[in-house]
Unconditional design. Structure first.
Length: 483
């Protein structure tokens, strides 16, 4: 029996639709009710609301090529605005309980890979291009073709590598790990704390935050990450009031004079579509856009299918209802994220919390999106969170992404070696792009060496060729005489 039929025949399902909203969203037809959809909308928001704190911290902690940083208050507004608009559009256009917001991992690429090579406007322009390309791939059917070209286990390795990269950023941002100055004349690149040991109250807040976050996750508490951020922010405010602390870093945990303020839309529309090509070079810019695309649409595809399956909405062929519209809206979310300077936006796996509360339709998104809209007025409250209170969320997200390592066949060297290089190179080079490239090249080379070159999709051959030029750019430039 199809899953959709199962939903329709559930005992206790709501009666036949009696109003236009019910009919449009098929609330009764999917065995749900307005009450369940509303509860689901709230659950999803509170499970993913941490992004309102985390995204501004990740983007705000980085500087572009010219030493400029983005304003935290404006980032909170941008993050909330794009999440609000695109979540509602997904609900109305896709009719799935699938919320959208700035993608973790994607914002790390923007902050630590794109921005150092160009201006923030240029970086956001590449994000817009990423979204446009994804939309084109959806319309032409190439999105599925490219997805199928990359082995599933290599995709999982990319997620694991990004997880380690995110966790490393969290350790560094919180001061738990620091770079050893070159003047030390040592081959050890990093150390514990600032002086080889942990010192100061801020680092203690981070350590406690990590323990609290992981404990809540282990207890399967809904909204664990958000609860931890709020709790440790309160602890940090108390500590700052009673202890003599020289600095917390970018954000000092002090209660603001006012909790509500008008949103600051200063970053809206601040992007340059092709500026990144001039600043970083055409090849580098193309590879960076490719990295964003790769991270975005594979994660989104898995999330969309997973949430739909959890909600019992897949048809008899295992297909998501209205998948074309859903994928196009997800691509449009990346465009909106770049236009709003909020980084690429994508579907959130945390939407499973809303499904767990009974949400089955896009009506739940109206609630989640509306709450993101309300958050636009709470910028002063959201900008008191110090890095040490938010960074544990990065450790938690890194852990969650690391769990996918179990799906890799480590006894099969043809996939294990490329997976290992993908995972290891990302944090060790502080580059998601380098990790993906190393994995792709290793996969193609090993398949060729063992006589299985025909198993490699031609799309993967083409992408690997681009990465080969990327890694060998210095000798290539010398040969071509462009230096």
């Amino acid at each position: 029996m199809p899953d959709t039929a199962k939903v329709d025949q559930r005992p206790g399902a709501a009666p036949l639709p009696g109003n236009s909203l019910d009919r449009y969203f098929r609330i009764s037809a999917r065995g749900s009710s307005f009450g369940r959809e509303i509860r689901g909308g709230f659950a999803t928001f509170f499970t993913m609301a941490y992004i309102l704190v985390l995204n501004p911290i990740i983007l705000g902690s980085a500087k572009d090529k010219f030493g400029h940083s983005l304003d935290t208050g404006q980032l909170v507004t941008a993050t909330a605005l794009v999440a609000c608009v695109m979540t509602i559009i997904m609900g109305v256009g896709g009719n799935l309980p699938l919320a959208i917001a700035a993608g973790l991992g994607l914002n790390a690429v923007v902050a630590f890979q794109l921005a150092p090579l160009m201006s923030w406007a240029d970086a956001m322009g590449l994000v817009v291009l990423e979204g446009v390309v994804i939309c084109v791939l959806v319309l032409t059917g190439l999105r599925r073709a490219i997805m199928e070209a990359i082995p599933q286990q290599l995709k999982q390795a990319i997620g694991v590598g990004i997880g380690l990269f995110i966790a490393f950023i969290g350790f560094v941002d919180a001061g738990f790990v620091s770079r050893i100055p070159d003047a030390a004349h040592t081959t050890v690149p990093v150390q514990l704390g600032a002086v080889g040991r942990l010192t100061g109250w801020p680092v203690l807040v981070f350590c406690l935050g990590v323990l609290v976050t992981l404990a809540l996750l282990a207890r399967k508490v809904k909204g664990a990450i958000l609860i931890s951020i709020v709790t440790m922010t309160v602890v940090a405010i108390v500590i700052d009031a009673v202890a003599d602390i020289k600095t917390w870093g970018l954000t000092t945990p002090k209660v603001p004079d006012k909790l509500v303020a008008p949103p600051d839309f200063g970053l809206l529309g601040h992007f340059s579509l092709f500026g990144g090509f001039a600043k970083a070079g055409v090849l580098t810019a193309v590879l960076l856009v490719f990295t964003l695309i790769l991270s975005d649409f594979f994660d989104a595809m898995g999330t969309i299918v997973g949430i739909s399956a959890e909600a019992g909405l897949l048809d008899e062929k295992g297909q998501v209802p209205g998948i074309g519209r859903v994928l196009f809206i997800d691509g449009a979310a990346a465009v909106a994220g770049g236009i709003g300077s909020a980084s690429s936006n994508t579907a959130y796996i945390e939407s499973a919390a809303g499904v767990g509360e009974g949400a089955r339709t896009g009506f739940a998104n109206l609630i989640t999106g509306g709450l993101f809209g309300l958050a636009l007025l709470l910028t002063p409250l959201l900008t008191i969170v110090p890095l040490q209170a938010a960074a544990p969320a990065l450790i938690a997200v890194g852990f969650l992404m690391m769990t996918h390592v179990k799906h890799i066949d480590w006894d099969n060297y043809e996939i294990a070696v490329p997976a290992f290089l993908t995972i290891g190179v990302m944090p060790f080079t502080y580059s998601i792009t380098d990790g993906i490239g190393a994995g792709f090249l290793a996969y193609v080379v090993i398949k060729t060496v063992v006589g299985k070159a025909r198993e490699v999709n031609w799309l993967l051959w083409g992408v690997s060729a681009l990465f080969l030029v990327y890694f060998a750019i210095d000798p290539v430039e010398q040969i071509l005489g462009v230096r």
